[in-house]
Each structure stands twice: as C-alpha cells, then as structure tokens.
Ligand binder design. Structure first.
Ligand SMILES: Nc1ncnc2c1ncn2[C@@H]1O[C@H](COP(=O)(O)OP(=O)(O)OP(=O)(O)O)[C@@H](O)[C@H]1O
Length: 295
C-alpha cells in the first residue's frame, strides 16, 4: 500500500486542486457508452492555505459542488490533481486513503445528509472517532462532549436524535462531527442555505471562530455573494465549469473584472449607501463590457 504521507512535499496549502476536470454522462447507449454528457468542471485550479478561506461563488450548475466533491475525494477526477497538505491523493482510494481521510472534511447544505436520524447526536459525532481512532467508552464520550462544546452546543444534546434539534443545531452537530478527526481543511458546500437569516450568520461566525482557533483552511461554496463575503479572504467565481475571476475578496467585490461577476454582485441585496454607489458605478462601466482590466 502506498503511504501518501511519505510522498508529501512541502507546500503552503492545506488543499489544492490542479486543472480539475469532470464530465457526467446524461444518457448512455444500450452498450453503456455516454451519448450525451455535461461538462461540469472544465480545468479548475485552486488552493487554500491553513487559516484562510477560499470562497467559490457561482450560479446553480456552475460546477461548484463537483469541484468540492473532487477536492474532498468523494468522487474521482476525470483529469487533474488533488493535493492534500502536499500529498498527491488523486489516485488514492479505499484503504490507501483511510489514514488521510480525517484531514479534509466536508459539510453539506442539509445536515441530514451526514446525520442518520435513527442514531443519537452523540453516536453521529463519535462515529469517525470509532472508525478511524478506535475510540470507545468514556474516551469517546468525553471527546463528543468536548466537540459539542466547541461548536457551542450543550453536551447533553448528545442523547437526542438529530430530528429533535433545530436546523442550526443540526448544522453545528455536523460541524462537530467534521472536526472529530482534527482536520486541516473543511469544505463547506452551501452550509447555511437551508437556514434562516439569523442562524446563517451564527454558523458563519462559528466557522470563523473555529478557523482562528484551529488554523483551519476553509473552502466555502455558495451561490450567494453575501455569504461568501462574510468569511472569504479570497474568492473564485465559477461560471459554466470554469473560474472566470479570482482574487482577494475585496478586489472581486469592489472591482470585479468579469461581466459575469458584476451580474452576480448586482443580484445581491443592497446593504448600504456606499455599496449602492459602487453598484451604480459598476452599472455604468458594464455598459462597456470591453472595459480594460486594471490587473
Ligand atoms: N451525478 C451527476 N450526474 C449527472 N450530472 C451531474 C451530476 N452532478 C452534477 N451534474 C451536473 O453537473 C453540472 C454542475 O453541477 P454542480 O452540482 O457541480 O453545480 P453547482 O454550481 O454546485 O450547482 P448547485 O448550486 O445547484 O448545487 C450541472 O449541470 C449538473 O446537472
């Protein structure tokens, strides 16, 4: 069995995707050959350092989730490379990947996706510890209590079923579970879109707090610029499977270069007067989409 850790090369990045590509078959012939397909991701490269957040923003079907799932090794790439902490994990699967599994964790929009309603909250949080660390008994119970406290939940909730909790509490539980193996990176795919507005801010603030205390790298995926802006240091804008613009959050928000980014920004609710002024300016300049790039 290959030891991916031994092959790691020094890198500033917790997680990296290099020229990622993915096509899905839509229709197959009776011999199993794809006769209609969709190019979901078409040459995407991105990387994020510990302690930093990369936001990936784009409309529905732009390929964000597919990038996330490839980075988290939940689906294989068609081409390109996935690198975790300097180790090329593109070809690793099954048992070969297991020692590294806990390093990069994913959080989904619907916490039910990762929480089985038949089991208790404590069981859900302890499961990765039991599988990967062989923790059991009071060790596992203590660790579950610590993890629930870390996401600002009462440890007594461990005895409840996920269905008895609010949406925000459930998302905190899935974050606690994701933290169980002390990952270096979290990939959060629309982690707040199923929540009401005030709970959204609480979850984003929690992610920021955890990032600061644990030096976590975060890849935050959202169709919503307001969510991305809340947390991201850098932003990549995806459109039709490609990154059309990437830069620091303030560059992309205050001086978007791509017409698609400007359209996306213009669909965000206006938060203040200053922003309204910027938008008016953008509207003028987008009349001339051939505006020369300043970068
Ligand atoms: N398992 C799959 N089988 C077939 N097509 C798929 C599959 N997963 C994604 N696609 C297609 O790939 C394209 C990109 O989808 P993806 O879910 O990555 O986009 P997205 O930007 O995350 O959208 P959303 O915000 O709606 O989740 C879409 O056209 C989608 O229909």
């Amino acid at each position: 069995m290959r030891d991916a850790r031994a092959e790691a090369t020094p890198t500033p990045y917790a997680v990296e995707g290099v020229d990622l590509r993915k096509t899905f078959p839509l229709r197959r012939s009776m011999w199993g050959r794809a006769i209609e397909q969709v190019v979901a991701v078409d040459g995407v490269s991105l990387a994020v350092e510990p302690g930093r957040t990369l936001g990936i923003v784009g409309e529905s079907a732009s390929g964000k989730s597919t990038v996330a799932r490839m980075l988290a090794k939940l689906i294989p790439v068609d081409a390109g490379k996935v690198v975790w902490e300097g180790a090329d994990v593109t070809e690793l699967k099954g048992r070969a990947l297991r020692p590294l599994r806990g390093r990069i964790q994913m959080i989904f929009q619907d916490p039910y996706g990762s929480l089985d309603g038949a089991y208790s909250v404590g069981y859900a949080v302890a499961e990765p510890l039991k599988v990967h660390r062989r923790a059991s008994g009071s060790d596992a119970r203590d660790r579950v209590a610590q993890l629930l406290e870390r996401v600002n939940l009462d440890p007594r909730l461990a005895a409840r079923r996920p269905g008895e909790l609010s949406g925000g509490q459930r998302q905190r539980v899935s974050i606690a579970r994701a933290l169980a193996l002390e990952p270096t990176a979290l990939i959060a795919d629309e982690p707040t879109s199923a929540l009401d507005v005030s709970t959204r801010a609480e979850i984003l603030n929690l992610l920021r707090e955890l990032q600061q205390t644990m030096d976590l790298a975060i890849v935050l995926i959202s169709h919503d610029f307001a969510t991305i802006r809340h947390l991201a240091h850098r932003v990549a804008v995806m459109h039709r499977g490609r990154i059309v613009e990437e830069g620091t959050a303030s560059q992309v928000v205050n001086d978007p270069q791509d017409p698609y980014t400007r359209r996306l920004l213009d669909s965000v609710p206006v938060p203040n007067v200053e922003e309204q002024r910027r938008r008016r300016e953008r509207l003028h300049s987008s009349a001339d989409t051939a505006r020369p790039s300043s970068g």
